[in-house]
Write a protein that binds this ligand. Structure first.
Ligand code: SF4
Length: 472
């Protein structure tokens, strides 16, 4: 994973079509979500229940995982443990090869994206077909997902029509860019794949420790096909996706659809428990992936990141995501959750700019259905990065940022100093401020105004106004 966010964000900011696509899509989803959540009178209680359940799982994760393994095997499934992406890819590739298959169908799985499973399978001569419509669009365009829930959010309908005409066999040359027509073209292509495939690979939204049941929730029905039609089903799941008991679905199946697609329930909720006679796949394998998650678990503040149920609500309200899109993050996990998850999974290697990709406005925390305090984790990670640099001798005690922050801390600590700083700023901004806004700061401060305006210090502070009012 490269630490390319600053440069990639700059490129994305210059792409006005991308910003239009993102703005339209995120605002539509966020408004619908707000309405769905607003109509639920016990939403805050549900959020608290979701947070508490996830916390319980994380505090006893070792025990719950062993319980899950025993439950899955009791139901006729097989459990595999993968320390990292390489091990997971090896396990999945070996299982597919042992059944003599050279094609598999997949339903959307961020975890396999994280492992770059498709690329690893291709290197072994196995072709993986994505079956989620948006994921298929990404795959056909040799693209990368840019949103957790809507991986092709950066594409508009005209672009998708052109892509289908170019890449899918047998598409009507008069294909329109109506959503229904585009979906039908994809459906015809996928139907053949569903019927031919011997092996299916899926992700998982939840796994139940006490029953060994695994659940996938989705909107298109492709997940249902992938988890029921093939003879062999392989599910790759991060170790944090556990819930303690069947009853806990009650909480998460209310939180997730409202937060992700603003629906009261997901159109398709597929839950399976091991294998059953004459019903679904003959063989079921569950691959449990660590890939840095135990490092996250070991950090008391960062641990809450593992509560995430990948609803994507935080992306849709984030002012940074809305302007840069998901590709700039250089990770399969974009937006606010990506800014805290990606650096932690990589042990702060290669993605150190991400915790700074936030205005700390707190909108992500407000919408998170499992109450992950993303701003708190962002600040914690920034502190870890600063400390790491200091220890490595990469950061002087008083670098320019440090000097600036110390000066700000000193000004904010005393009313006299704060008022003096205001006066100084008012005088200093005279050549720069126009109509209450500073559009360009000089020298090393220019970066601040490169992509945003800075409000000028007002002519009169609140205290001055109050004093003048008292004098009347
Ligand atoms: S951090 Fe919260 S809001 Fe963001 S994707 Fe995860 S669960 Fe959803």
């Amino acid at each position: 994973m490269s630490d390319a966010f600053p440069a990639a964000a700059k490129t994305a900011l210059a792409d006005s079509q991308l910003r239009r696509n993102l703005r339209t899509a995120t605002h539509t989803i966020r408004d619908k979500r707000a309405a769905a959540v607003g109509a639920k009178h016990d939403w805050e209680e549900l959020r608290e229940a979701g947070r508490a359940l996830k916390e319980r799982v994380l505090l006893q994760l070792d025990q719950y995982l062993l319980q899950l393994e025993a439950s899955v095997e009791r139901a006729g499934g097989h459990v595999h443990w993968a320390r990292d992406a390489g091990e997971a890819n090896q396990i999945v590739g070996d299982l597919i090869a042992s059944h003599g298959a050279d094609e598999v169908i997949k339903s959307k799985s961020l975890t396999t994206e994280e492992c770059e499973l498709n690329e690893a399978l291709a290197a072994r001569g196995i072709r993986a077909w994505e079956t989620d419509l948006a994921q298929l669009i990404v795959q056909l365009g040799h693209d990368k997902p840019s949103h957790i829930l809507v991986p092709a959010i950066h594409r508009n309908r005209a672009e998708i029509r052109e892509l289908f005409l170019r890449t899918l066999d047998g598409v009507d040359p008069n294909l329109s860019d109506e959503p229904r027509a585009l979906a039908e073209a994809a459906r015809l292509h996928l139907r053949r794949k569903f019927l031919e495939a011997k092996v299916g690979v899926s992700g998982a939204n939840f796994a139940v420790a006490d029953t060994g049941s695994v659940a996938v929730v989705e909107s298109e029905g492709n997940g249902r096909m992938v988890t029921t039609l093939p003879e062999v089903l392989i599910t790759v799941m991060g170790i944090e996706k556990l819930i303690p008991s069947w009853q806990d679905f009650e909480v998460f199946l209310q939180l997730l659809p409202r937060s992700s697609t603003a629906e009261l329930m997901n159109p398709y909720t597929s839950i399976w428990t091991g294998v059953a006679e004459r019903d679904g796949p003959r063989e079921f394998h569950l691959v449990l992936l660590d890939n840095g998650r135990t490092n996250v678990l070991a950090d008391e503040v960062g641990r809450q990141t593992l509560n995430c149920i990948r609803c994507s609500a935080c992306l849709n309200v984030c002012p940074v995501y809305e302007r840069t899109g998901g590709h700039a993050y250089g990770s399969v996990y974009p937006g606010p959750i990506g800014a805290i998850l990606a650096p932690q999974l990589a042990n702060l290697e290669g993605s150190r700019s991400l915790p700074y990709a936030s205005s700390l406005c707190g909108a992500c925390y407000e919408v998170c259905p499992v109450k992950i305090n993303i701003p708190e984790v962002l600040l914690h990670l920034r502190a870890r990065i600063v400390e790491q640099d200091r220890q490595a001798g990469l950061r002087r005690r008083l670098d320019p940022v440090g000097i600036g922050l110390q000066a700000a801390a000193s000004a904010f600590a005393s009313r006299r100093r704060y008022e003096a700083a205001q006066k100084l700023a008012r005088a200093g901004q005279r050549p720069l401020a126009r109509e209450g806004v500073i559009r360009r700061l000089p020298g090393p401060l220019a970066g601040w105004t490169a992509a945003r305006d800075l409000p000028a210090v007002p002519k009169q502070s609140f205290r001055d106004w109050w004093r003048s009012r008292e004098r009347l």
